[in-house]
Structure formats: structure tokens, C-alpha cells
Design a protein around this ligand. Structure first.
Ligand code: UDP
Ligand code: MN
Length: 378
């Protein structure tokens, strides 16, 4: 069967030129997705030690929240199917699909869910205006009932034992630990599921954009086995699990952020500095489809203002370096920040300097311990 075991797939009767035209509009190979099984099997790319780990029996229940705007129905549904198929029912409270005011025709989703999941395990909520992914995730989490919220993008496929055992057991051990699966790759042209080699954790640059980095020596030295968690200064954003009450104790996502971007670094800084820790879990693997362009309408200006909000709230006086990178944003209005600054006060969050010293020493501070700094122009 097409795409089975995560194999490369292609449509024999459709010329690549025609597919290319479709990809220009959809940003991925939609006709191919439409004929690949929603329940296709996937390879197990976990390191071999993972399959022999044992987990406690009595774990918290998860609500899996999947937000989407103008994604293709077959991709959204394959994400939901993979979650239901690969999560033990006793640990899955619900899957919540949040339709962020899509304006394309998604009418097939509701009847499909009613037919395949008459018990209502997969719920569909629709926002009554465009929220953007950040507020849409808050909206999903407010409607969730599980002990843990798990966020996924709407173009993912989860793999064997992805969630419940490795992620939930870690949260049960420590409710202030936020955990991320390793992110594998789903090819947007062939739906090939390919393994991401690992060996990377998350950080960011001074423009507040997320960035991968190789696992530092201090982490390798701390780990006691290859299945051990990896502490990461930042998360990529789309895929993570967190105690639901802790998510709201930490203030949820910043409602002042629009559409896309910045929220991943913001929540990472908040987790580390306000009482939590952030880890990557090697025994949990989820495939995510990377695309070169957004399939929905957005504006780069929103991203810039989101990044400015991160800098203004979380960088203390280090925001000077952010503005060295983004002088264009100095005078821009990023909206009201009072409630986020108050949250930082109320939670008694640690300083950015503490974060640099203890969590992210790799971030180079341009104007400290250097002979000179500045920019060069021709
Ligand atoms: N999304 C949304 N509303 C928006 C923008 C994005 O619900 O206004 C959804 C999108 O459909 C996807 C998730 O948020 O499921 C993350 O977006 P995307 O995958 O484009 O981000 P990337 O993976 O490229 O960082
Ligand atoms: Mn995505």
C-alpha cells in the first residue's frame, strides 16, 4: 500500500509537473496525501534500549490539542488517527481539533469524526474569528479536561509508544517538567517518514528566533543512558506535553501575540525561569511535515512584533542586544505588556542573567568579554 511503513510514495498516473502546480498552491503534495491510508504503519526509529524500558501503570491522562488553519483534511485526520491508534485509551482523555477560522472547505472532517469516533474521543472546536496559532492553543487548552495537555501541529504522525509512556511518566515524576518528543521528518512531496539523527537540542539567537544546536558536553556527561532525557534551553514550539494546571499557572501563552512565531522562545524562557524545566525525550518520536511556505494568510510584521514582545518582557537589560539585531523594531508598538510583566513579577521568575549562566551558557553575549563589537558596512 502507498506510503506504508513511511516509505516514499508517488502517484504513478500524475506527471510531476502537475504535482508541482498543486504544491505551489497547497505547499505540499495534497493528492498524494488524499490516497495514503489514514492508518498507515510507520517504522520504529527509537534506539533499541527504549523498547525494554518499563513504565508505571497509573499515569495521568492526556488531552492532545491540534490547532489548524486551512490545512488539508486528509493531513489533519491522519494526525488525529495516528494519535488515537498509538495511544493506550486509558491515558487518552481526548483529542481536540481546533479549527482556527479556516476559510477553505473542511466540511468532510465533522462527518468523518462522527462516523469513525462515535464515542467523541476526537472533538472539533471552531474559533469564531481568526485567533492565530498562539491564541488558538490557549483556546484548546481552556477546553481540555486531561491532566496533561499535549500540543501537536496538524501535519504530524506519531509513532509507537510516542506519548503516553515516556512523556506522561516524566511529567508524573515531576509536574513542572515540560517534555518534547524528538521530531522526525515527513516529506511534503513524498510523505516519506525519515529519522532525524538526534544529537540536537534547542536554543535561540539574539533575534529571538529558535535555533537547533548540538548537544553540549555537559549534557552528555550528565546522562546516564541513551534513553535519558536531554535538557534543552528552548523548544521548537509545535510539539510538547505539559501538566495542564502548570500550563495555566505559568500564564498560558501570551494572548498579545499574533498568528505565528516567537511563542516558542517565550514559553521556553518562562518555563526555565519561573519554576519549570524543559527536556527532550529520546524514546518519544513524532514525524512533522516541514513546508517551505505557509498555506494560510499571514504577515511577517506580526512575527516581528511577537519577537519584540519576547525581548521586552524576558530579556531584562539584555534587550539592548536584541535591538542591535533589530534596530527597526526599537520604535515599533508591540502592544500592552503590563499583564505579562506582572506575571513575571508574580511568579518571581529568575533573571535572564541567571538563565544565561545556568541554562544557556552557549549564547554568546556580544558586548561582554570582547575587545570590540559593532557592525561593519561597505
Ligand atoms: N495555525 C493556526 N492558525 C494560524 C497559523 C497556524 O491554527 O493562524 C496552525 C497550523 O495549521 C499548524 C500550527 O498552527 O497546525 C503550526 O503552524 P505551522 O505548521 O505553519 O508552523 P511551523 O511548523 O512551520 O513552525
Ligand atoms: Mn508545522
Amino acid at each position: 500500500m502507498l506510503g506504508e511503513w513511511g516509505d516514499f510514495a508517488y502517484l504513478k498516473n500524475v506527471p510531476w509537473k502537475a504535482i508541482d502546480e498543486i504544491i505551489k498552491v497547497e505547499k505540499f503534495n495534497k493528492p498524494l496525501s488524499d490516497v495514503i491510508s489514514l492508518d498507515r504503519r510507520l517504522p520504529d526509529y527509537r534506539i533499541k534500549e527504549c523498547s525494554s524500558l518499563t513504565y508505571p501503570e497509573d499515569l495521568p491522562q492526556a488531552s492532545v490539542i491540534i490547532v489548524f488553519c486551512n490545512e488539508a483534511p486528509s493531513v489533519i485526520l491522519r494526525t488525529a488517527h495516528s494519535v488515537v491508534n498509538r495511544s493506550p485509551p486509558r491515558y487518552l482523555a481526548e483529542v481536540i481539533l481546533v479549527d482556527d477560522f479556516s476559510d477553505r472547505d473542511l466540511h468532510v472532517i465533522k462527518p468523518h469524526l462522527q462516523q469513525i469516533y462515535p464515542d467523541g474521543i476526537v472533538k472539533l472546536l471552531r474559533a469564531d474569528k481568526r485567533l492565530g496559532l498562539i491564541r488558538a492553543r490557549n483556546f484548546g487548552a481552556k477546553n481540555a479536561v486531561g491532566d496533561v495537555v499535549v500540543f501537536l501541529d496538524a501535519h504530524c504522525e506519531v509513532t509507537i509508544q510516542w506519548l503516553v509512556e515516556p512523556l506522561l511518566s516524566r511529567i508524573q515524576e515531576s509536574r513542572t517538567t515540560v517534555v518534547c518528543p524528538l521530531i522526525d521528518m515527513l516529506c511534503s512531496h513524498t510523505f516519506h517518514y525519515s529519522m532525524n539523527g538526534g544529537g540536537a537540542i534547542g536554543g535561540f539567537k539574539w533575534d529571538m528566533a529558535f535555533d537547533w544546536m548540538s548537544v553540549p558536553k555537559r549534557e552528555w556527561q550528565r546522562m546516564t543512558s541513551p534513553t535519558d532525557y536531554l535538557r534543552s534551553p528552548a523548544m521548537a514550539g509545535g510539539l510538547f506535553a505539559m501538566d495542564r494546571k502548570f500550563f495555566f499557572e505559568l500564564g498560558g501563552y501570551d494572548e498579545g501575540m499574533n498568528i505565528w512565531g516567537g511563542e516558542n522562545v517565550e514559553i521556553s524562557l518562562r518555563i526555565w525561569r519561573c519554576g519549570g524545566t524543559l527536556e527532550f525525550i529520546p524514546c518519544s518520536r513524532v514525524g512533522h511535515m516541514y513546508r517551505h511556505q505557509f498555506p494560510y494568510k499571514t504577515d511577517r510584521a506580526y512575527l516581528s512584533l511577537n519577537l519584540k514582545r519576547v525581548a521586552e518582557v524576558w530579556l531584562d537589560d539584555y534587550k539592548r542586544i536584541f535591538y542591535l539585531n533589530r534596530p527597526d523594531l526599537k520604535e515599533k508598538d508591540a502592544g500592552d505588556l503590563t499583564s505579562r510583566l506582572k506575571l513575571k513579577e508574580d511568579l518571581k521568575c529568575k533573571s535572564f542573567k541567571w538563565f544565561l549562566d545556568n541554562v544557556f551558557p552557549e549564547l554568546f553575549v556580544f558586548d561582554e568579554n570582547v575587545l570590540a563589537y559593532g557592525s561593519v558596512s561597505k
